[in-house]
Structures are given as C-alpha cells and as structure tokens.
Design a protein around this ligand. Sequence first.
Ligand code: HAM
Length: 420
Amino acid sequence: MSEKAKKLSTEPYKGVRDFFPEDMAVQNYIFGVWRKTAESFGYEEYGASVLEPAELYRAKSGEEIVNEQTYTFTDRGDREVTLRPEMTPTVARMVSAKRRELGLPLRWYSIPNLFRYEQPQRGRVREHWQLNVDLFGADSPEADAEIVILASRIMETFGAKDSDFTIKISSRAWLDKLFDDISADLEGFDATFDNKNALLKLLDVKAKDPDRFDREIVKLHPKLSGDFIARKSKALQTSEEKSYADLEKLVATLGNMGIKNVELALTEIVRGFDYYTGMIFEIFDTDPSNRRSLFGGGRYDDLTSLFGGERIPAVGFGMGDLPVKNFLETHGLLPAPKSRTDIHVCTTSSELVAKAEELATKLRAKGMNVSVNLTSKKIGDQIAWADKRGIPKVVVVGEEEAKTGKYKAKELATGAEAPL
Ligand code: HAM
C-alpha cells in the first residue's frame, strides 16, 4: 500500500452492528429464551435464505417497506433480488409450496436476520434479528390467544413483570368496518384501498404526532377529524359487530390465563403491513425511554393465496433483538456476563506448553471448556488475563506439577484450591 493510500475505516456499515464476544453472549441469551419458549409451545424451527425475488414484496406488504425500505439489487442474471425485510412472505411461500405434505396446523418459528433501509435510531437499525412465531391452519380466537399468550410468556421468561409492558390489541376486520362506516357518512370519501390506507397511516401517526394527525386528516376529507372518528369508533364497539365480539372474547380468554396487562387500542394499533386481516397486536415497554414496539403481529388469512391454491389462515408475530435488549437493559433484567470457559491452564515456561495441552485434552474429554496459555507472560499476568475474561478457575503447570502429574485448580473468586 502506498504511503498516501487512505486507511480503511474500522466502523461497520451504517446502521448495522458488530457483535464482539460480550455482545454475542447477550444475543445468544436472547435467542436462547426465544427458542426455549417457542419450543415449549410445540413450535418447530425453520430457516431460509436472506435473498428473495423482489416481486415477493411488491405483491403484498406495507407500501413504505416496499418503496423506501428494501435493499434491492439486480444480479448478474438480470434478476431483481431483495434482502428480506421481514420473514412473513417467505414463510407463507414455504408453507404454500408444501402445504399437502406438511399437514396442518403448523406451529413454526425462526430467528432470521432482516434488512431495512431505515433511519438508524434508538431501537431501530438496518439489520436486525427477529423471532418469528406463526401458527398456520387455525382460524379461531383460541389460535389468536395462543399467539398472544406465547408472546407474553416470552416476556415473563425474560423476568419482566406485568407492570413492565403492555399488550395493545386491535383488529383489521374491525378497522375495515370502521372505515366502511366512515366513508358511508362522508360524500366523496369512497371506500377505496387508497383512502383506507391513507386513513390507517394517519391513525398510526396519531399517538406519535397528534399535530401532524390534525393537520393531515382534513386533507383526506374536510369533515374528517379525531372527534368524528372517535364517535364512529364508539358506535362500533358493540357485541353485535362480530369483529368486536371476537376481540372481547380474546381479551376474556387472556384474562382467564392470568394475562391482565392487555389494552384494547382499537384506533391506535394499525400495523404497517397490508396483509393483516383480523386481530393485530403490539407489545410496548411501559418505560418511556423505549418508545417503539417490542413485538408486532396479527392474523393474516389471505397471504398464502398469493401463491395460488387454497387460502391458509395464519396468525403470528415478530420480535426484534434490539428492542428486547434495550428493554432488558432498562429494567435491569440482563443476566451477569459469564464466561463459557471453565478453566485456564497457566504455564511457568514455554517448555511446559506440551504438558499443559495434554492436561487440557484430558479435561476437555471430561466435558470442560479449557484454554491454554501460549504467552511468555508472568503467572500473575496469566491469571489476570483469565480473570478479565471471567474464567472462573486456573491451574498452573510448573516443573513440579509436570513431574508428579498432580494438579490443583484454583477458584479465582475465593482463592480456594482443589485437586484436579
Ligand atoms: P414489524 O412490526 O415490522 O412486523 O416488526 C416486528 C418487530 O421487529 C418490531 O416490533 C421490532 O421489535 C422489530 N423491528 C422491526 N424493524 C426493526 C428495525 N429496523 N430495527 C430493529 N428492530 C426492528 C413484521 O415484520 C411482521 N412480519 C411480523 C409478523 C410475523 N406478523 C405475523 N407474523
């Protein structure tokens, strides 16, 4: 390299994260709780490539995701390829491909990495890992309940209390009905897909930015306002409306299971994707420092019909690694870091490394994780190195130990010694 050549940056690409060993330990802890909880409900793990044909997301996703947030490129064979921004279209594709062999219902989970060209901010990055849990082939309110209960059980397994988070629930079916009622009352505000989407987008904005909501709602129709929507919404909160009765039943079922931190947030939770058809939900941290949702999901009964063949009812959710990590940090729920190495073998001279390796091999055969000193550092420094890494024990291989074959393990926290 010439003297003038520019040095490469050590920063990762904008909005993605490097995982140093201590970060990886946290990540593995989160994944471990996800796996354990999903499997405890009988869910099986699946996987797929990060590469998908771009058309998969054009067919049915939120407009924002497709137009502004995907990483899409043309490959050498002139195909348009997208780095998956979410897992739901992929899993719907996989289930549709093998529907006959698979045998419904299916309980599936996965922990894919996803790519979204978002503005990096607290809790939002351009590559994140997301637990996806989906139940295919069951369309009852009990199936909806199973998914929300599983989500809530994950929070419990992380050690969260009811007061730490809120489950907000709504329904696309109910919102569709509300939209029909609103458009029936407003001349010139027809029940079109575009009008509906515009209204949903504004409802999504309302809680985050009420001023923007007030400014923009009148642009949709001069008679539209927060009050108008609230009135229409009130009138539709009746058990005669099936989509509302289903939600009441869901909340009651959750209550019977001891899940009380549920809130009907009918015109607040709308979800950003077009494919939802029924119950939708999000889970929020009650601590205001984590404003964005921890989980989001709902029922999507039509997505598999994109691939032809019969429609398969489905319900599920996605939960991001970063929002969860922020939640665990905020509430002091991250377990203390712990080394996976059980013992470090120190040596008093380089001639003894072979002996140390021999001892390490024996200990590994007994199931221990063992590292061996390869440096010419002093014993004290070797022990300090092990301590910095949180390795709980050391054993010293010196002339005497090598001769007698008698070794003592020393526990660093207490100084206690015991024969190995
Ligand atoms: P989503 O609401 O887009 O839903 O994402 C679900 C969760 O993923 C969010 O609540 C958040 O925890 C996390 N997440 C999303 N984007 C980011 C980001 N840029 N950085 C960090 N975390 C993020 C879906 O993706 C649906 N496909 C979920 C689903 C599965 N619905 C049914 N089944």
